[in-house]
Write a protein that binds this ligand. Sequence first.
Ligand SMILES: [Zn+2]
Length: 195
Amino acid sequence: MQGIPRAIRGFHQDEHGDWVAELICGHTQHVRHNPPWIERPWVTTAEGRAGHLGQTLYCKHCVTETPAQLHPALRGLLLGIGWLCVVLGAIGVVVPLLPTTPLLLLAAACFARASQRFYHWLLNAPVLGRFIRDYRAGLGIPLRAKIIALTLLWGTILSSAVLFVPLWPVRALLLLIASTVSVHLLRLPTRRAAA
Ligand SMILES: [Zn+2]
């Protein structure tokens, strides 16, 4: 299993300080310099890493995600769910009631099986793709984004519950949704300083 050639779009370090290449497909691959077993002295310098941007590595994750022949109805269903998740996730970027990252991860999972074209479009989309790439790179969500999302979430929910919703069961439901989304947001890893 050789993998599919994918260009390197960036680098970050894992928790042990080993270097990890971020590929254009959204997957990552370790590029260790661990002499005398693995000699990659270039990875230890900023210039060396910059010189390797755009070069290709063989991504094994992409092989396992290559779509098999799907029944057209199943493919249509996956594409439908994928696009619904993209639309909801995109709304979620602005309206934090909808958890963008999980929706986009679900969309990517659907597209990976149904359409390589949409899969790569989504992963390399300037705004939406970043949620998936950051999540896969283990970078999590920036602290600032968490604070903004939680503030907007509770501001919207509380004001609409108090001002526009007279029914207690619906108020309770809104609070339940807000709590669930908050827990989900808080449990996502917080992104460290810019890589
Ligand atoms: Zn890949």
